[in-house]
Write a protein that binds this ligand. Structure first.
Ligand code: PGA
Ligand code: ZN
Length: 441
């Protein structure tokens, strides 16, 4: 314990960076931060497949002689030559100070010089080193004694959008159990529906329709979102969970927006924003829809505000806010949305992401930490969700180690905290939702 009183123990001795492969065989940055006490913090930052245009830049080499231009050696050089000399000797517990140093070294709005993948990898590694040095789990280090809520996952089970093989225009069809006694029960219900859905899809569309797609959800040959919801509800019934779940939909509408014409391409037709908004209203009347993510394109703050006023559900900004405080401030002023997807790699440092979450919560926005849909590396988002007492999270389909890691990590945290879920009410107007609160037994 005397070590913990020794300031030298926490000071950064070494910062190492290497180019590794993510689980899709694409190069990424991994960073080791080692303290004088010999404590290691190791981390990397993911990147998204459906990145919004306001996100921090993922720095790649663009050198076609290596990894088809996707190498990250420039990022490695930035860490070794630019960042490391400025943070060696700093105390790993000074997260904000270290993040600020990187923000200043970069000097751009979107981390265009150093790369958001570069800065977030260092930022995460510093936090991991501090937590390890203090012998605390990361959620406890970041959240302190107040970290006590386990998030309800929005569980991705059908994938559409431009990266999918289906004709569904919307990107992610998700379920969320609305009442259960514990996180483990929430997870069990979701996973049972996921497996049941495979059988339902096979029955309707044959083997091909029941194969998991790029983001782990199924990709059946469907073009109508209502048909996708029907199949999901059928699987919910088959799994014996009738009435226990609500539906969530990530429209990722920027991807179907034709800027030149000012219209959306939806189910093979060019439609107006008003058409889409009416369609969303129909969805809320027909299905137990709880949440819409990016229902309109990422520059349409007015449209998001209108939907937030008119629909009695959560309207959540992912590409709309890009985990960026300035964009969120604009959204809050305009009443655009009442929830935000929190993806630390959209902004590039842990402390900036925490600032965004805090501002969102102060303004009664739901904060939903999210992995990138093609999660390719484990990032500490389960711990961050618990640290910030987030009521919801978005960790993808229960396939591949990177995605299931987050669910398994929440199971571990549930065991550590000894939590139990009291109740989740039927979602009504967002501000009156009695959230999924897991509190101390
Ligand atoms: P991503 O997209 O692949 O960029 O993470 C997922 C999403 O839009 O939520
Ligand atoms: Zn999204």
């Amino acid at each position: 314990m005397s070590l913990l009183r020794d300031e030298e123990y926490f000071k950064i001795a070494e910062v190492k960076a290497r180019e590794i492969l993510d689980s899709k065989g694409i190069p990424m940055v991994e960073v080791d931060v080692v303290t004088n006490g010999g404590v290691l913090g190791r981390a990397g930052a993911p990147c998204g497949i459906s990145a919004g245009k306001y996100e921090a830049v993922t720095l790649r080499d663009n050198d076609s002689s290596r990894y088809l231009g996707l190498g990250v050696l420039k990022a490695i050089t930035n860490i070794q030559n630019v960042i490391a000399p400025k943070i060696i000797g700093k105390d790993v517990r000074m997260q904000r100070q270290i993040d600020k140093i990187m923000i200043h070294l970069d000097g751009t709005e979107r981390k265009a010089n150093l790369g958001g993948n570069t800065t977030l990898s260092v930022s995460y590694a510093v936090a991991e080193a501090a937590a390890n040095a203090l012998r605390l789990p990361l959620y406890r280090y970041i959240g302190g004694v107040n970290a006590h809520i386990l998030p309800l996952p929005m569980f991705n089970i059908i994938n559409g959008g431009p990266y999918s093989v289906t004709d569904l225009d919307f990107q992610e069809f998700m379920i969320m159990p609305k009442s259960a006694k514990s996180f483990s029960e929430v997870l069990r219900i979701s996973v049972e529906v996921y497996h049941e859905l495979k059988k339902v899809l096979k029955k309707h569309y044959g083997k091909k329709g029941s194969t998991p797609g790029h983001a782990g959800g199924y990709s059946p040959p469907i073009s109508d979102p209502m048909e996708a919801f029907d199949r999901i509800l059928e699987a919910v019934d088959e799994a014996g969970h009738t009435g226990k779940i609500v539906l969530c939909l990530d429209c990722a509408a920027s991807h179907i927006y034709d800027k030149k014409e000012g219209k959306y391409v939806f189910m093979g037709k060019k439609v107006t924003r008003e058409f889409l908004m009416d369609f969303y209203e129909d969805l809320t009347k027909t299905y137990p829809l709880f949440l819409l993510e990016d229902p309109l394109h990422e520059d349409d703050f007015e449209g998001h505000a209108e939907l937030t006023r008119d629909l009695t559900i959560l309207i959540v900004g992912d590409d709309l806010f890009a985990t960026n405080l300035k964009r969120l401030e604009k959204g809050v002023k305009m009443g655009a949305a009442n929830g935000i997807i929190l993806k630390p790699n959209q902004i590039g440092t842990l402390s900036e992401a925490i600032d965004v979450a805090q501002f969102a919560m102060e303004n009664k926005y739901a904060v939903i930490p999210s992995i990138r849909s093609c999660s390719r590396y484990i990032e500490p988002l389960a711990d961050i969700s618990v640290a910030l007492n987030c009521k919801y999270c978005k960790f993808g389909a229960p396939t591949t180690g990177e995605r299931t890691y987050h669910y398994n990590r929440l199971l571990q945290i549930e065991e550590e905290l000894g939590l139990s879920l009291i109740h989740i009410s039927e979602p009504t107007r967002p501000l009156y939702i009695s959230y999924a609160v897991f509190c101390l037994k």
